[in-house]
Design a protein around this ligand. Structure first.
Ligand code: F6P
Length: 543
C-alpha cells in the first residue's frame, strides 16, 4: 500500500458534534420553506446544463456551511486535487483513480506515472471511432459477407450496467436499424433469450471485461462463441467477436484477434468505465460524434467540480447532503426517482456506482468507522413507482431521502403527457417535503376515524435535479455529478471509494460450491447449511 493523504476520523472533529447538535434542532422542511420564501432560489445551483434544487432538504444554510468546513478539515478538497492529478489515492490497490482523464479533450496534458495519459486515451477513442463507424456504415461485415444488425454486449457490473443504462437513456440518438442487447447474468436464460431472435451471420459480440476473467462474462462469452461456431464455423469468430479489456493475453487466448481489442487502464475502476472502451457498444449505438458529446458533458461537470467554490458546487453540495442525511438525520436509504422513461436503468447503474464505492466499514488506515457510511440506493422511474413503493416513502416508518430527476422537454411529445409527467414529479416533491397535517385532512371534511390514515408526516428530504433535455452531453454531466458526489461522501468518511474487496469472497466461495455440485469436491468441503441446500435442490431436479 502506498501512503495517501491522511484520513482523520471525521467524528472526532469538533464540527461533527456541532453538526449533530444542529441536526437535533433542525426545523421541519415545511417550516424551513414557510419561514423563508427566498429559500428555493438560494438553494438552486446549476452547472453543465444540470440544475440541483435542494430547497426541500432538511438542512439550514448554517449546517451546510459547517459541513463544508468539515469537508475542508477532512482534506476532501485536497483529495480531489490528488485524484485529478493522478496520485495513487486507491491505496489498497495502489492505483491512480483517473476516470476524469477519460474525458479530457484532445490536446490536454496529463502525465501520470511518466505516461502521457491523454494521448493514450485518444488513441483508443480513435480506434473505437473507426470501428464503430465501420460497423454502422456496413464496411465491417460478418463472415458470410452480411451487414451486422445486432450487437450483443457481454459483461457484468461496470462492464454491463453503464452501457445498458446509456443505450436505454440515449435510444433516441441510436441507430434504429440495429438491435442492442446486454447479457450479464450467468443464468443461462439471459443469453438464451437474447440469442433466440438473432441471426449469427449478422451478430457482433462485444466481450466487455476489464480483467477478462470474470466467471459470468467468460462463461457467457464461451457459450456465445459455441453458438456462433456451430452456425458459421471456427473461422467466423474473428468477424463476430471483439473485446474490451485491459488483459491482452487472456483476450488472445479466447481467440479474439488483439487487433480487435479495445484497451483501457488499471486506473479506470469498473464502475467508472462506461466512458472508456467499455462504452464501445454505446459508441456503435449513437455514433462517435454523439459519444464525444457524452464525454464533453462528463468533462464539463469535472471542470465544475474541480473549480467551483464549495457552496456553488453541485457534486460537493449533493455529497455533503448525503452525509448529512446518513449520519446526522439517520436516514439509511436514498431513492432515485427519474421522471424519464429513458432513465429507467439509471437507478440500477447508480446502485453499483454508489454502493460498491461507499459500502465500506474501515477507513483508509484500516481502522473501523464509528459512523454510518454509504446509503442503500434504489429506485424506479416515475410515475410507475408512485403506484408501487411510494406509499412506504410517504407513510412508512423508515424515512427515505429522494432524488427526483426531471427532464423538461420530451423527445416524444404526445398530447399533454409531458406536462402530466412534470406535474406528477413536482406533486411528489411537494408531498414528500411538506406532508399533510391532521388539520389539513380534517379541513377536507374527513371523518375523525379516517383522518389519521390520511396524515402524511412529510419531511422526506428531497432534491429535484433537472435538465432541459436528455441528450448525450446532459447524460455525461448527470453521471459525473453522481460520480463526484460519491467521491465527496467517501473522502469525508475517510474510506476508499475505489476498491471492492467485499465482492471477492462470494466469487471464491461459489467456485468451491460449484466443485461440489459438479462432483469434483466432497460435500464435507462446504458448511452444513450449504450442504443441506445442495441436497434440497438435488431433490428438486437441479441439473
Ligand atoms: O463485481 C465486482 C467487479 O469487479 C466490478 O467492480 C466490475 O465492474 C465487475 O466485477 C466486472 O469486472 P470485469 O470488467 O473485470 O469483468
Amino acid at each position: 500500500m502506498t501512503s495517501g493523504p491522511t484520513s482523520p476520523d471525521p467524528s472526532a472533529n469538533p464540527k461533527w458534534a456541532e453538526l449533530a447538535a444542529a441536526a437535533a434542532a433542525v426545523p421541519t422542511i415545511r417550516d424551513l420553506l414557510d419561514a423563508d420564501p427566498g429559500r428555493p432560489a438560494r438553494s438552486t445551483v446549476s452547472a453543465a446544463g444540470i440544475t440541483l434544487d435542494f430547497a426541500r432538504q432538511q438542512i439550514t444554510p448554517q449546517a451546510l456551511a459547517a459541513l463544508i468546513e468539515l469537508a475542508e478539515k477532512q482534506g476532501v478538497f485536497d483529495r480531489r486535487t490528488a485524484m485529478f492529478a493522478g496520485e495513487h489515492i486507491n491505496t489498497t490497490e495502489d492505483r491512480a483513480v483517473l476516470h476524469t482523464a477519460l474525458r479530457l479533450p484532445r490536446g490536454a496534458r496529463l502525465i501520470v506515472d511518466e505516461v502521457d495519459v491523454v494521448s493514450e486515451v485518444h488513441e483508443v477513442l480513435d480506434l473505437m471511432g473507426n470501428f464503430a463507424k465501420s460497423v454502422r456504415n456496413g464496411k465491417w461485415r460478418g463472415a458470410t459477407g452480411k451487414r451486422i444488425n445486432a450487437i450483443v454486449n457481454i459483461g457484468i457490473g461496470g462492464s454491463d450496467l453503464g452501457p445498458a443504462m446509456a443505450y436505454q437513456a440515449l435510444r433516441d440518438f441510436s441507430k434504429r436499424d440495429m438491435g442492442f442487447h446486454f447479457v450479464s447474468n450467468v443464468d443461462p436464460t439471459d443469453l438464451s433469450e437474447v440469442l433466440r431472435s438473432l441471426d449469427p451471420a449478422r451478430t457482433l459480440f462485444v466481450i466487455a471485461s476489464k480483467t477478462f476473467s470474470t466467471l459470468e462474462t467468460m462463461t457467457n462469452g464461451r457459450a456465445a462463441r459455441a453458438w456462433l461456431v456451430s452456425a458459421l464455423g471456427e473461422k467466423a469468430v474473428i468477424n463476430h467477436f471483439v473485446a474490451v479489456s485491459s488483459n491482452r493475453e487472456l483476450v488472445e487466448k479466447f481467440g479474439i484477434d488483439s487487433k480487435n481489442m479495445f484497451g483501457f487502464w488499471d486506473w479506470v475502476g469498473g464502475r467508472y468505465s462506461m466512458d472508456a472502451a467499455i462504452g464501445l457498444s454505446t459508441m456503435i449505438a449513437i455514433g462517435p460524434k454523439a459519444f464525444s458529446q457524452l464525454l464533453a458533458g462528463f468533462h464539463a461537470m469535472d471542470k465544475h467540480f474541480e473549480t467551483a467554490r464549495a457552496d456553488q458546487n453541485l457534486p460537493v453540495i449533493m455529497g455533503l447532503l448525503a452525509v448529512w442525511n446518513r449520519d446526522f438525520l439517520n436516514i439509511s436509504t436514498n431513492a432515485v426517482l427519474p421522471y424519464s422513461q429513458y432513465l429507467s436503468r439509471f437507478p440500477a447503474y447508480l446502485q453499483q456506482l454508489t454502493m460498491e464505492s461507499n459500502g465500506k466499514r474501515v477507513r483508509l488506515d484500516g481502522t473501523p468507522v464509528t459512523y454510518q457510511t454509504g446509503a442503500i440506493v434504489w429506485g424506479e422511474p416515475g410515475t410507475n413507482g408512485q403506484h408501487s413503493f411510494y406509499q412506504l416513502i410517504h407513510q412508512g416508518t423508515s424515512p427515505v431521502a429522494c432524488d427526483i430527476i426531471v427532464i423538461a422537454q420530451s423527445d416524444n411529445p404526445l398530447g399533454d403527457q409531458q406536462n402530466m409527467l412534470i406535474a406528477n414529479a413536482l406533486a411528489q416533491a411537494a408531498v414528500l417535503a411538506r406532508g399533510r397535517t391532521i388539520d389539513e385532512v380534517a379541513a377536507d371534511g374527513t371523518s375523525k376515524e379516517l383522518a389519521p390514515h390520511k396524515v402524511m408526516p412529510g419531511n422526506r428530504p428531497t432534491s429535484v435535479i433537472s435538465a432541459p433535455r436528455l441528450d448525450p452531453f446532459t447524460l455525461g454531466a448527470l453521471i459525473a455529478l453522481y460520480e463526484h458526489s460519491v467521491f465527496v461522501q467517501g473522502a469525508l468518511w475517510g474510506i476508499n471509494s475505489f476498491d471492492q474487496w467485499g465482492v471477492e469472497l462470494g466469487k471464491k466461495v461459489a467456485l468451491g460450491i460449484l466443485a461440489v455440485i459438479d462432483g469434483q469436491a466432497d460435500m464435507s468441503t462446504v458448511d452444513v447449511a450449504t450442504a443441506h441446500s445442495i441436497e434440497v435442490l438435488a431433490t428438486q431436479g437441479r441439473a
